[in-house]
Write a protein that binds this ligand. Structure first.
Ligand SMILES: Cc1cc2nc3c(=O)[nH]c(=O)nc-3n(C[C@H](O)[C@H](O)[C@H](O)COP(=O)(O)O)c2cc1C
Length: 185
């Protein structure tokens, strides 16, 4: 076999193996559950309680989004309880005035932990804000999150689709703050 042909085959094999390894690592990381305690922010003498839950992604962006929203709500004088979405997330949410769900999108759908969690809830028409985070902002991804919130019997009052492709879309922070302002006083 010619030497240059051998080199091309080796390079090709390295690319294939690296790609599969990378995909395997991503799949493992995405399957991992993130079970965390519920943290409470804000004083006791506030307007009421809001529950904010997020499913961590491969990056820290879902947590950063969560933290920004929690901060915004605390500044508005709400008590906020927040945690990750997992098999350990509370399902009795009747004490809350609003529920905010932050969901990363993979293969056009919310992360399976978000789906399983929402499918286990009966929100009894509690007001819900849905935030989808995806690379391409395909409306079908938001539709997927919307469907699960409605299956959970939540009253979806607002939805926001944020783009994240290794870095947040331009103006993401302002969009989040405006979004909260629009639906929660
Ligand atoms: C395995 C995988 C599949 C993805 N599939 C989609 C998709 O179908 N549509 C989309 O818009 N973005 C997709 N994305 C981009 C993610 O939605 C985007 O990176 C989002 O911010 C998820 O958070 P993370 O990057 O922290 O994991 C995908 C990303 C990964 C890693």
């Amino acid at each position: 076999m010619k030497k240059w042909l051998l080199i091309i085959i080796i390079i090709f094999l390295i690319i294939i193996i690296t790609t599969f390894l990378w995909l395997g690592i991503c799949a493992l990381l995405l399957r991992k559950e993130h079970i965390t305690e519920v943290s409470t922010f804000g004083d006791t003498n506030t307007k009421g309680e809001i529950f904010v839950a997020y499913r961590p992604g491969l990056t820290n962006y879902q947590k950063e989004t969560n933290d920004l929203i929690v901060e915004e709500l605390v500044n508005k004088n709400w008590t906020v309880k927040t945690t990750t979405i997992s098999s350990g997330t509370p399902i009795n949410l009747t004490e809350f005035e609003y529920i905010i769900i932050i969901a990363p999108i993979y293969a056009g759908k919310v992360h399976p932990n978000v789906k399983t969690y929402l499918n286990s809830l009966d929100l009894k028409q509690t007001q819900v804000l849905g935030i989808a985070i995806s690379g391409g902002k395909d409306p079908k991804s938001m539709q997927n999150l919307r469907g699960h919130i409605q299956t959970a019997n939540g009253k979806l009052i607002g939805e926001l689709h944020l783009g994240f492709t290794g870095k947040p879309e331009i103006g993401a922070e302002e969009h989040m703050i405006d979004f909260i302002k629009e639906y929660i006083n």
